[in-house]
Ligand binder design. Structure first.
Ligand code: NDP
Length: 453
């Protein structure tokens, strides 16, 4: 596997791909480890998770640098990502016993009935490059603590991150096999998932990848959780704090180079505040420092791969050809590396790429709508249903609208974020199942009923 630094276009590293024998050995180790790992007292598993948080913090700079080199994330955002991973470890270390606490049921006299949560076994995680540490810890912290063992197939452009994450578990004192990184291509996923030793799979990534994994899992009757991206609406109502909405909205679009499933992707603005919003939003989008991701001042680095920049630019160009007005940006930067500037489009025709597809980069369509009803219609006019943001100074109105938006989460007067304390996931083509919180932890467990007469 070749690693190309997207900031320079240079090949910086290469890794030997795991072959059939390596995969076989990893599956054997996973099964052997699972046999004893599942019976370790929960307290021991949560202590190890606290250790993992410490290892992450001790090595924050090094792990952040690996992310920055492999996928171009600005170094300050990479460090925050490592910190967030430590947080999710601490969260589950503290709350796992409450999330997995057996649940009693009303029982007939003389009997006792309860639900206990038991692990399933080796879980395969197919993960993307955009938050190369966070996406992995989001699955590993709860599922491995629940007594499962993890097998990671990371995106091919971040093998160094994959190995570094395995190191975190090793350094934290986990048994070999509790968490293993497999350096395999996507072609090998089907065979691994078909193997009877693998009990379930979780995937974060594109729709086609999700469908493929879900099809194999379905054929083999294995449970999956899918997190497949979105086209989150960002609705600004007539009574919104427009300045705050523009400032937060721009950041919600461009952070991580715009490569986030829960980035604000379609800006839907009430006609009464449209002009003011558009002006402030464009101003904010133009204010960011785009450049070398290793520089602490940089806010937007390169796109993670040259091919992703090309896809993004094609979406913008095709939308302009279809009649959209370009307000700022719209051309790759004339410098080495996969740099794309913050871009804003207005008067966007229905069905053009930036309107109907997931835009995984710092390009934002802005829509003017007549009223609340039109805003809701436009917000729901997408095949995706991951997150949404609604802006109104009237919190009750915001909450009422939240109830009418088809999404896995709606944030009022805030950008959409994933937080260990609350469930995270989508509906429609954004996938199914939930990650994080108690709901996420209980996705890959056997909810076993035990009836004692
Ligand atoms: P992919 O969905 O192709 O990659 C995500 C992960 O899935 C990688 O580990 C990849 O492996 C793996 N994968 C890809 N195809 C298959 C398959 N058929 N079977 C099993 N595993 C597979 O995303 P891309 O990197 O190509 O990005 C393309 C677009 O996907 C983005 O522009 C964005 O729209 C969306 N995306 C959404 C993400 C999100 O957070 N929701 C994250 C990443 C992408 P490998 O790298 O080896 O191909």
């Amino acid at each position: 596997m070749e690693v190309t630094n997207p900031a320079t276009g240079e090949r910086v590293d290469s890794y030997e791909e795991d072959g059939q024998d390596d995969v076989e050995a990893a599956l054997e180790t996973a099964v052997e480890t699972f046999d004893s790992w599942r019976d370790r007292p929960l307290q021991e598993r949560t202590d190890l998770l606290s250790n993992a948080a410490e290892v992450l913090r001790e090595n924050e700079q090094r792990y952040a640098e690996t992310m920055t080199e492999e996928m171009g994330k600005p170094i300050t955002q990479a460090k925050s990502e490592v910190e967030k991973c430590a947080w999710v470890c601490e969260h589950y270390s503290e709350h796992a016993s409450e999330y997995l606490d057996e649940k009693g049921h009303p029982s007939p006299a003389g009997s006792s009935v309860k639900t206990v949560y038991e692990p399933l076994g080796p879980v395969l995680a197919v993960m993307p490059w955009n938050f190369p540490f966070w996406q992995v810890f989001r699955f590993a912290a709860p599922y491995v603590t629940a007594g499962n063992v993890g097998l990671l197939k990371h995106a091919s452009n971040v093998p160094g991150c994959s190995e570094a994450i395995e190191e975190v578990f090793r350094e934290a004192g986990y048994p070999e096999g509790a968490f293993q990184s497999l350096l395999v291509s996507s072609d090998q996923v089907e065979g691994i998932l078909e193997d009877e030793r693998v009990k379930a799979a979780t995937l974060t990534g594109s729709g086609p990848a999700g469908r493929s994994v879900a099809a194999t899992a379905g054929e083999n009757l294995k449970k999956t959780v899918l997190e497949l991206g979105g086209s989150d609406p960002y609705v600004v109502l007539d009574d919104a704090d427009v300045e705050a909405a523009a400032e937060t909205g721009a950041w919600a679009r461009v952070q991580n180079g715009g490569q986030s499933c829960i980035a604000a992707k379609r800006f839907i603005v009430h006609t009464d505040v449209y002009d003011e919003f558009e002006e402030k939003f464009v101003e904010q989008m133009e204010s960011y420092t785009v450049g070398d991701p290793t520089d602490e001042e940089t806010e937007i680095g390169p796109q993670a791969r040259e091919s992703l920049l090309e896809d993004l630019h094609e979406q913008v160009e095709d939308s302009v050809d279809a009649g959209a007005d370009l307000l700022t940006g719209g051309e790759p930067l004339d410098r080495e590396g996969a740099y794309y500037p913050p871009t804003v489009l207005a008067n966007v025709p229905e069905g053009c790429p930036v309107d109907s597809e997931e835009v995984f980069g710092p390009a934002a369509p802005v829509y003017e709508v007549e009223d609340e009803e039109e805003a809701i219609r436009k917000a729901n006019d997408t095949q995706f249903g991951l997150g949404a943001s609604v802006w109104s100074e009237d919190r009750e109105r915001g909450e009422r609208l939240a109830g009418r938006i088809d999404a896995g989460c709606v944030y009022v007067n805030q950008l959409v974020k994933s937080d260990p304390r609350v469930p995270f996931g989508g509906i429609k083509e954004s996938g199914y199942g939930r990650e994080l919180s108690g709901a996420g932890m209980r996705e890959f467990v056997n909810r076993k009923t035990v009836w004692v007469e």
